[in-house]
Design a protein around this ligand. Structure first.
Ligand code: SF4
Length: 239
């Protein structure tokens, strides 16, 4: 797994951004996350070493924009070139998350038709309002590989109308940190049932630091959030 951050910085967009880990981490370092800038690793996937080999090896997944949103407004002028780079490195699987799926068509290359085989787009939602806003748009877009992330999950959400064979997986998780919003296990199981009904993959990625199960509230240390989600053993692989 490799990471490619062609630009950094992001603006808070919706309820799920309230405790954004990028903003939190940057503020501890005195960095203003609202300043968006193109990084010196913009061309990283197509950089070659002295022998003429790509520095980033092929046949792996590269996560991009983990310190930003691929569709953040300031990156409109850079995005077309980033798409071209992904098209060039068709031996790599690229994956990015976004809360701005409504901006998908801004900066698309002219030859983009029904999507690139090597790019997975993951739309993130956090409540019913954002699910209805974003997933209705997402459903209609020409993207070869689609995923949905519900993290942090802030309430019970019905996404049944948006689940079909084009959605490969739904990932669910809570917030990590002190005194943040709780994740209720019943909401998680409810999404799982929706995924099974529509034969869409499901992954319980992490508990919330505040976690409600069977009416009781638990405080979970950060280092156990993912491990305990795995222990729940409720992931579903579509058939
Ligand atoms: S869109 Fe993502 S990166 Fe940007 S502020 Fe919200 S949570 Fe953070």
């Amino acid at each position: 797994m490799a990471i490619w951050n062609p630009w950094r910085g992001c603006h808070k967009k919706s309820e799920g951004c309230a405790n954004c880990y990028i903003h939190r981490a940057n503020s501890r370092k005195g960095i203003n996350t609202d300043i968006i800038y193109k990084t010196e690793e913009f061309y990283k996937p197509i950089e070659k070493d002295k022998k003429g080999n790509f520095k980033i090896k092929g046949y792996q997944t590269v996560f991009l924009c983990f310190n930003s949103d691929f569709f953040v407004e300031e990156a409109d002028e850079w995005r077309k070139e980033a798409w071209e780079i992904m098209k060039t490195r068709n031996d790599i699987s690229f994956l990015f998350l976004t809360k701005r799926i409504e901006r998908f068509r801004i900066g698309l290359p002219d030859d983009y038709t029904d999507g690139y085989d090597n790019v997975t787009v993951c739309t993130t939602i956090e409540n019913q309002l954002r699910a209805d806003e974003r997933l209705a748009i997402f459903k209609e877009l020409p993207i070869k590989h689609k995923m949905i992330t519900i993290q942090p999950m802030l309430e019970r959400i019905n996404i049944l109308d948006y689940l079909d064979s084009t959605i490969e997986c739904v990932i669910v998780g809570g917030e990590s940190g002190n005194n943040l919003r709780p994740l209720n296990y019943e909401w998680v199981l409810d999404i799982r049932e929706q995924c099974i009904e529509k034969n869409v993959g499901f992954e319980f990625r992490q508990l919330g630091s505040t976690f409600i199960k069977d009416g009781s509230t638990y405080k979970i240390a950060r280092q156990y959030l993912c491990a305990q989600a795995r222990q729940a053993n409720i992931n579903y692989k579509r058939v």
